[in-house]
Design a protein around this ligand. Structure first.
Ligand SMILES: [Zn+2]
Length: 265
């Protein structure tokens, strides 16, 4: 393992280089989503009836309790595991759902989004993964959309060439902070010593949809509480591209059949 100290503007990080541990499954070819269940006996759930992601639609009115977010600033490391960029958390941040505390374990990203809302895909989705004392999982999903043209865009006129030059819509500051220390190679992991304010990558309004699903990566374990934020967070096109350029391929599992499940709102 190599270690180095790197000063990157806002964050001081320690770099560690590990062997790639996640290369036995992927998003295309023989190890792609269609074959996940067949790749290993451990992945039997991948062919289950309550799988994620889904197209959230046909909502059922329910009195969903607001999620109580208790997020502390800070993450202890950021890793490129070959499938996504992931921030790992030490104990201390949590949400309260169903009168139970679910501790935040990690936050990671998918581009394009895995879940769809009313048939709509988004360019980026974050998954905030939590577990309660019994090991039950709860995932908060947040959609990110590109800045809308002419809202936060700077339009300039080049008098010589009569061209309109547009700058990008405003970037999200916290996402910028995370992307600035994003390990670019599979297996790379940095220790983080500075604070990351996760609340800034959640929408202000945390009204959500809820359904029963699974992990979207092998072993696709079911019994996961999915809490999908109704409001998307606006980020710049550059930030969307910045993530995709590091991963080199789309890391979204295709939509799964909803079967006999309901989506509550
Ligand atoms: Zn995910």
């Amino acid at each position: 393992m190599k270690k180095a100290i790197l000063f990157s503007g806002l964050l001081t990080v320690t770099i560690s280089v590990y062997a790639d541990v996640g290369s036995h499954w992927g998003y295309s070819g023989d190890v792609g989503p269609k074959n996940w269940a067949a790749l290993s006996a451990d992945n039997f759930a991948c062919s289950g009836k309550n799988q994620s992601p889904i197209n959230l639609t046909g909502f059922i009115e329910a009195d969903l309790e607001p999620i109580k977010f208790d997020y502390l600033q800070g993450a202890n490391e950021i890793i490129n595991n070959g499938h996504t960029i992931q921030l790992n958390y030490t104990k201390g941040s949590s949400i309260e759902v169903d009168k139970q505390i679910f501790n935040l374990l990690q936050v990671h990203f998918h581009a394009p989004s895995e879940n769809h809302i009313n048939g709509q895909s988004y360019p980026l989705e974050a998954h905030f993964v939590h577990a309660n004392e019994g090991g039950d999982l709860a995932v908060v999903a947040v959609m990110y959309q590109k800045g809308i043209p002419n809202q936060g865009l700077k339009v300039e006129l080049d008098k010589t060439h009569r061209k309109t030059i547009r700058s990008d819509a405003s970037p999200n500051k916290t996402l910028k902070q995370i992307w600035s220390v994003m390990p670019t190679k599979s297996g790379e992991k940095y220790e983080l010593t500075e604070m990351i304010n996760l609340k800034a990558i959640l929408p202000k309004n945390t009204d959500h949809y809820r359904f029963n699903g699974s992990l979207t990566t092998p072993p696709c374990s079911e019994g996961v509480r999915w809490l999908v934020m109704k409001d998307a967070v606006t980020v710049s096109t550059k930030q969307i591209d910045g993530f995709s350029n590091v991963l080199h391929e789309s890391n979204n599992r295709p939509l799964q059949a909803i079967n006999s499940r309901f989506v509550l709102e």
